[in-house]
Design a protein around this ligand. Structure first.
Ligand code: GDP
Length: 282
């Protein structure tokens, strides 16, 4: 299996990507840093640094690449590679940017097989928030990929969990209580997972995203990784999204917090902090 196949570039994706000029190859963006992207492709081990080829993105209709995208690129073994186009996405989750006059859509995550909204069973729980996320999912045509994870389910008894699940039931979206503390629900999550698949997680800061990624990654993997505490002041300042490959072959796309998403709390205010910090151990 090639690197790119491990990253989810299967036969169907390759077919829909079409033919490319001999000097081009395919890659997947694993992180975005302003104008720079880190890309994996079959021509190189590890990540390749790439920028957009300006002339290829001049057209109004050109899709701007983002983390998770499969792209066409001209690989340069001795310098920056050049991205020449974005392969049609199998899924995307967008929101309309309220700060832009033209209601520009902001891309939150692309090419995910499953999109999980994480909500805590505590004060983080909000029926209204699921409603808002569903509106965005419908506008992005990805409702069928959405599921809710009720995180920290160990903090609620079964009666409370049934009540919370019942409040979300009218939306018709799968709801799974999970706990990384007790392991509850992790088996359900496994049914969504497979090598080459991509998960996207959205949710408030503190909801348990990093804990969940670490639990999915497994102890053995953690032991071999350098533990990084990323902060807004660190070298990842301009990184808006990151795609992480777990040892099982499953990938996870990190997304911004709910505040940046423009998703309100129950009382109509932004009650939650945006997740400016990334604490995945990698
Ligand atoms: P993130 O900001 O969404 O990445 O949240 P973290 O993964 O850092 O978790 C925030 C806090 O919630 C930490 O103190 C975790 O220990 C705690 N936490 C995460 N998952 C669980 C869980 O399943 N049960 C309980 N009781 N606490 C959890």
């Amino acid at each position: 299996m090639t690197t790119l196949e491990r990253y989810g570039f299967g036969a169907a994706m390759r077919a829909s990507a079409g033919a490319i000029p001999a000097e081009e190859t395919f890659g997947r963006i694993v992180s975005a840093h302003g104008d720079y992207f880190h890309v994996v492709c079959d021509q190189a081990e590890g990540e390749v640094l790439a920028r957009k080829k300006t002339s290829a993105f001049r057209s109004e209709s050109a899709v701007a690449p983002t983390t998770g995208d499969f792209v066409r690129l001209v690989y340069n073994p001795s310098g920056e590679s050049r991205i020449t186009g974005v392969v049609p996405r199998i899924s995307s989750f967008m929101r309309v940017d309220p700060s832009s006059s033209g209601h520009k859509a902001q891309t939150i995550a692309v090419n995910f097989d499953a999109l999980f909204l994480l909500m805590g069973v505590n004060a983080d729980f909000s029926v209204a928030r699921l409603g808002r996320v569903l509106e965005l999912a419908d506008a992005s045509a990805c409702r069928q990929r959405l599921a809710v994870l009720l995180t920290k389910s160990d903090l609620a008894d079964d009666g409370r969990l049934a009540d919370l699940s019942g409040q979300l039931a009218p939306f018709g979206v799968p709801v799974h209580p999970i706990s990384v503390k007790t392991g509850r629900g992790m088996d359900v999550l496994e049914t969504y997972a497979a090598p080459g698949r991509t998960f996207a997680f959205i949710g408030s800061s503190g909801v348990g995203k990093s804990s969940l990624v670490n639990a999915l990654a497994g102890e053995e993997w953690l032991a071999t990784q350098e533990i990084q505490h990323w902060s807004g002041k660190g070298r990842h300042t301009t990184t808006s999204r990151e795609l992480v490959m777990l040892p099982s072959g499953l990938m996870v796309i990190d997304t911004p917090g709910m505040r940046e998403l423009g998703v309100m709390g129950r009382d109509g205010t932004h009650r939650f902090h945006s997740s400016g910090t990334h604490r995945y151990r990698r």
